[in-house]
Design a protein around this ligand. Structure first.
Ligand code: ADP
Length: 593
């Protein structure tokens, strides 16, 4: 028996003439590549091992070929086998340790090959127990080639040539002849070595594949997670969009149902939203108006009337004003417009909400009412004047003497007629100013002159009420209609006297404040409650409804004053403290202004 070791790449022995040798060599190369191809057809290690043992057995005509895997603890077992039916299989049998001692393992790790032609030949050096073991399986000759596994194969695959190759014994490729001893030839050794190398490669590839599978698995898991998140995001977004669509639909439903123009205009004065009423009023659908500039929608004339209000809204003011617009019916309509600025988180105005309602009907009714009042008042004034004159004549007793009761009745009739005349005159005054029927004839006047005129006119009434009138005329040049300003001053003075206690003082002053003349009428009367400070400037508004009877007022004096002052581009207001008195103040432009 011969025990021989060879390097992994032994040179071929030249045993035949040159031509024969080349042919044989060519046959072997073809055979190797054919076997290599066969065993590489699978990526599955098990399949590869199976193909290897089958092919080796076929080519070497061996009785048994097996692959023995060395386990981590030094033991091992046959994991693949091709054996002729006549001989007992070794597959899955564990080899006892004494059969495969550590020193053998060490030799195989270094790549040694063992070729034993006859196991019973004492020169083969097999121990008794090993001979006993091989006899069990009827082994006569055996060839053992180590299968080495590169330890850092997959790292080197990722970064070629970076780590030195380290090998460890993975297993053995073993061929047996069972019916006879067999001197192993070079070709057999080479085939076995080549195939052991192929198994090494397959092992490295299997490891790589396993690694790749792990990477693919983890990437797939990551991608699945990303996909899940994406799907969630899409669902959330769809839900949000759905909610938005529903709330938009609701908003449209509500705004479209209202018979007023509702819009949102951005800071470039372009429509971003407008309701259905635009179509009913202007004949253009909301989509045609969206994105259009205000001027495009309303035309130059109308836009000029709205421009300052639009600018005020974009400057952050809430604006309410009246305008006249031509609608699709071609008629001019009066409208009330409100702009409410829209601010962002930084408090910057981004645009404004615009609300426009048709007030043509209300305006028409107001006009009819005013005309009616004007006509009635006018018609009343003539008979009232003659009635008043007749009563005055009767009071002179030139036409006869009345009884004491008759005289008293005459005085009551005279007093009430006077009140009626005042009321009619006030109504006519107010109506004329409001309708723009009267034009203010403005000229330059000294405030002092007007103050003196008003004080003189009110002196008799003050004496009658035992109230003293004080003034410090100031020579401020103002640009006014003197008659109307004197009328406003006398109205305020008359109220101040009326509501002052006997012995009280009423003071009229004037001063320059900024570009205005500021007039004040101060009294020491009963004062006005805070909640009435605004409303008393409205028509027929009195603090106490009995004031008109007790004080002989009409509830129109302050409304007239406000109209007069507004016609002069001034403002009027009152400050008051209950029980202490009131101060009515108004501003008028100075001549310079
Ligand atoms: P009237 O003809 O009733 O005085 P006005 O319009 O001039 O009508 O005044 C409206 C109401 O305002 C008065 O009825 C009174 O209640 C209140 N008022 C006006 N001036 C004064 C004042 N100086 N002191 C207290 N109340 C006043």
């Amino acid at each position: 028996m011969s025990k021989r070791s060879s390097s992994r790449r032994s040179p071929r022995q030249s045993v035949s003439p040159k031509g024969q040798q080349d042919e044989l060599w060519q046959q072997r190369v073809e055979l190797f590549s054919e076997v290599t191809l066969k065993i590489r057809q699978s990526l599955q290690l098990k399949e590869i091992l199976r193909a290897t043992v089958t092919e080796v057995q076929r080519i070497l005509r061996a009785d048994r070929v097996l692959i023995y895997q060395v386990l981590a603890d030094g033991t091992g077992k046959a994991i693949s086998e091709a054996v002729l039916p006549a001989y007992p299989p070794i597959l899955d049998r564990e080899f006892p340790e004494e059969v495969f001692p550590p020193e053998y393992q060490q030799l195989y790790s270094e790549g040694r090959v063992r070729a034993i032609a006859d196991v019973h030949d004492p020169t083969a050096g097999l121990t008794d127990c090993l001979i006993e073991f091989v006899d069990q399986f009827q082994i006569k000759a055996k060839l053992i080639v180590p299968i080495l596994q590169s330890l850092n194969a997959h790292q080197n695959a990722a970064r070629p040539r970076q780590l030195p190759q380290q090998n460890q014994l993975w297993g053995l490729l073993i061929a047996h002849h069972c019916d006879r001893s067999h001197p192993w030839v070079e070709f057999e050794l080479e085939l076995m070595q080549q195939l052991a190398d192929q198994i090494s490669i397959a092992l490295a590839q299997a490891e790589l594949l396993e690694n790749l599978e792990e990477i693919v698995e983890s990437r797939t898991a990551e991608l699945k997670e990303v996909n899940r998140n994406l799907q969630q995001e899409i669902n959330d977004r769809m839900q949000a969009e759905d909610a938005l669509r529903r709330s938009e639909e609701q908003l449209r439903l509500i705004t479209n149902a209202l018979p007023v123009l509702i819009a949102y205009v951005d800071d470039r004065q372009q429509y971003c939203f407008n309701n259905q009423a635009y179509q009913n009023w202007l004949g253009q659908p909301p989509s045609a108006i969206q994105g259009c500039h205000l001027q495009q929608v309303w035309g130059t004339d109308c836009y000029q009337r709205m421009q300052t209000h639009v600018e005020a809204a974009l400057a952050g003011q809430v604006v309410t004003y009246e305008n006249e617009i031509t609608l699709k019916d071609g008629r001019l309509h009066s409208v009330n417009i409100t702009y409410i600025p829209h601010r962002d988180e930084q408090n910057k105005v981004k645009g404004f909400f615009a609300l426009t309602s048709d007030i043509s009907d209300r305006k028409a009714i107001e006009r009819m009412k005013d005309e009616f009042i004007a006509v009635v008042s006018h018609e009343l004034r003539t008979p009232l004047t003659s009635l008043h004159s007749a009563l005055k004549i009767l009071a002179t007793r030139r036409l006869g003497t009345l009884s004491a009761d008759g005289q008293q009745m005459l005085e009551i009739a005279d007093e009430n007629t006077e009140r009626l005349v005042r009321l009619v005159n006030n109504v006519l005054d107010l109506q004329r100013i409001e309708s723009g029927e009267v034009k203010m004839e403005k000229r330059a006047y000294s405030a002092a002159d007007l103050m003196v005129q008003a004080i003189e006119a009110m002196q008799p009434m003050a004496q009658q009420h035992e109230v003293s009138l004080e003034t410090q005329p100031v020579n401020i040049q103002i640009w006014v209609d003197s008659d109307y300003i004197v009328q406003a001053l006398t109205n305020l003075l008359s109220n101040a006297i009326k509501f002052s206690p006997p012995g009280g003082t009423v003071r009229l002053t004037a001063q320059v404040e900024k570009a205005h003349a500021l007039f004040s009428v101060h009294d020491q009367g009963q004062g006005i409650p805070t909640d009435k400070l605004e409303s008393i400037f409205e028509r027929f508004q009195q603090v106490d409804s009995s004031d008109s009877r007790k004080k002989g007022g009409t509830g129109l004096g302050l409304a007239i004053c406000r109209k007069i002052i507004e016609q002069h581009d001034g403002k009027i207001w009152v400050e008051s403290a209950i029980g202490k008195g009131s101060t009515f103040a108004f501003t008028l432009p100075t001549l310079q202004a």
